[in-house]
Design a protein around this ligand. Structure first.
Ligand code: IPD
Ligand code: CA
Ligand code: CA
Length: 272
């Protein structure tokens, strides 16, 4: 794949995510150009493009033989390589654009369908969530110490804190997650919508949330989070109980600590 080991590749990924995150922290709550994409609620700012360009430039320099799947640029570079980087330069763009300090940079390397490295960096809290295949998941906070991550042990939905999100076509599509949100709300201790799918998954890996589900997720939203959750001992499937296909656009996922997976699935399937 490359002359670098997994841990060296992880270190490079962390450095690149930090550089992009530093740019976003510097720009946060300042003036910025904005536009919309698929709908009035689907924002893009000049910093989505600038952060993505920075990440692409660094990855191309270090891994010229790899492919890239990036939210703003699509599939580029060596598209036929088995090694591909999945990049979300700002996950939580609506939060970023509104001056709400909850967003992240998400970067992952896959070999075909297998995740090798995943990093999710929250620049406002200086929290670096990272994982390598077989090497576990870790959180490095502002003190610089990497601590192992483990999912929660909650085994009943009624004692759980669950997070979800809503798709950008929620105004026009019937598949807008609102019935499922109501059904789940009646069964859990608490439910949240924070606005960053990647951080939602990182928080499941960290045991802050017991579970997460969402419809219409794209590969760059979930690529790093998938490795974080599985390396932290959690479970990720499609809503129908199938394994994740990282190339599938608009996937519906259930992400859990493991013990809650079936109960979450049956709550979601209680909707006709
Ligand atoms: C979005 C966020 C949001 C989720 C959407 C994603 P973006 O990503 O992760 O929480 O509900 O499904 O598309 O547009 O901020 O990169
Ligand atoms: Ca995203
Ligand atoms: Ca994004």
């Amino acid at each position: 794949m490359t002359s670098l080991s997994l841990s060296q590749t992880l270190h490079k990924s962390q450095t690149i995510a930090r550089q992009a995150g530093d740019m976003l922290r510097g720009a946060f709550a300042g003036g910025m150009a904005m536009d919309t994409k698929s709908s009035e609620t689907d924002m893009v700012t000049e910093f989505d493009t600038r952060a993505e360009n920075l990440i692409l430039e660094r990855l191309r320099a270090d891994f010229p033989e790899h492919g890239i799947v990036a939210e703003e640029s699509g599939r580029t570079d060596r598209a036929d390589s088995p090694y591909r980087w999945f990049i979300d330069p700002i996950d939580g763009t609506n939060n970023f654009a509104h001056g709400l300090p909850h967003f992240c940079v998400s970067i992952a390397l896959y070999e075909n369908q297998e995740p090798l490295v995943g990093v999710i960096y929250d620049p406002m809290r200086d929290e670096m969530f990272s994982a390598t295949a077989g090497g576990g998941a870790h959180l490095t906070g502002p003190d610089g110490q990497a601590k192992p991550l483990r999912v929660s042990t909650t085994n009943a939905l009624i004692r759980s804190l669950i997070v979800t999100g809503f798709p950008y076509d929620k105004h026009t599509s019937e598949k807008n997650n609102l019935p499922q949100f109501c059904a789940m709300t009646r069964r859990v201790r608490g439910i949240r919508r924070l606005g960053s799918a990647a951080l939602d998954m990182a928080y499941v890996a960290a045991g802050r949330f017991d579970g997460y589900w969402e419809f219409k997720l794209n590969p760059w939203d979930i690529a790093a989070g998938y490795l974080l959750v599985t390396e932290a001992g959690g479970t990720v499937t499609t809503i129908d109980g199938k394994p994740l296909d990282i190339d599938m656009p608009k996937q519906a996922l259930i992400v859990s600590n493991g013990p809650l997976h079936d109960e979450m699935a049956s709550a979601l399937h209680s909707i006709a």
